[in-house]
Design a protein around this ligand. Structure first.
Ligand code: LMR
Length: 280
């Protein structure tokens, strides 16, 4: 059994909140630049140039890439041989978020109550997702999630008879309905299978996967390519002004499901698809 002080998580999460908000992952920057090279419309090219200039400024001046610094989604892969000591794990995670958003001068975007509102003032509570894995390490990923794009996400509980075509039509329906609202070019995270709740989590995890990777199952890898091409044929384009770049990536994650169902969730992210990971 390896003892891990929860204060170590606080320190790492503080740092990851700031870094994730200021520095876009290389695969995302690369995907945006590749799309810029393929655009021929003046407006689309101009917007992608502005987006590239914006993330370069954020990198060089250590300022947030976007005004929406997101709700802090914290994913922990916890080795089963880890024993957390020195305090409450949830409190330690929230303290990391509190310090990150305060010391990093990041906008506080969380309300106390979904209906009656009221800002919590420190961007807590974090959305915490834990998974127990073999080993004695803790893998921490912070993915600040903006809500302009979160609001355009959807889930549908398909009957199996809807088939693959039902899934394909749904992905296009979600992106088309989103239109300019999630600040395209977007990243599309698709979850298929599991239960109602697990399916939504798969879609969120799909957003964390590098854009230059593919699903390990060739069937779903081909579906990722096919659906990305189809999404980009919709013509919504950068910021909704038209063009070839509606999405810079589309990742699909799946898991087994019940014989009577075929849940599908589509989680939309803007081009600021941020996440940062550290293993302790
Ligand atoms: O800034 C916000 O909270 C809104 C948002 O993410 C947006 O899409 O503009």
């Amino acid at each position: 059994m390896r003892e891990v002080e929860v204060s170590r998580l606080t320190d790492v999460i503080e740092k990851l909140c700031i870094e994730a908000n200021e520095h876009l992952p290389e695969d995302v920057k690369c995907a945006i630049k590749t799309c810029r090279a393929c655009e021929d419309g003046e407006i689309a090219k101009g917007i992608l140039d502005n987006i590239i200039e914006n993330f370069d400024i954020a990198d060089n001046e250590n300022v947030p890439i976007c005004q929406d610094t997101g709700m802090a989604c914290v994913f922990l892969e916890i080795g089963q041989d880890v024993h957390f000591v020195g305090g409450d794990l949830t409190d330690a995670i929230n303290e990391g978020v509190r310090r990150g958003y305060t010391n990093g001068y990041l906008r506080k975007s969380v309300v106390k109550d979904p209906v009656r509102r009221g800002n919590t003032g420190d961007n807590t509570p974090a959305m915490i997702y834990t998974e127990i894995v073999p080993g004695d390490k803790v893998k921490i990923t912070v993915g600040p999630k903006g809500f302009g794009s979160e609001n355009m996400s959807m889930i549908r509980m398909f009957k199996p008879s809807a088939g693959l075509q039902g899934i394909k039509d749904f992905i296009l329906e979600v992106v088309e309905t989103a239109g300019p609202n999630p600040c395209p070019p977007m990243v599309v995270g698709v979850g298929i299978g599991g239960t109602f709740d697990k399916c939504a989590l798969l879609a969120k995890k799909a957003l964390m996967r590098p854009l230059d990777s593919h699903n390990s199952d060739p069937f779903y890898a081909d579906l990722e390519d096919e659906m990305l091409k189809k999404v980009n044929k919709l013509g919504i384009g950068p910021q909704g002004f038209g063009g070839k770049t509606t999405a810079i990536g589309l990742n699909i994650e799946t898991m087994p499901t019940h014989i009577a169902g075929m849940p599908c969730a589509v989680n939309i992210n803007c081009h600021v698809t941020r996440h940062k990971t550290e293993v302790i």
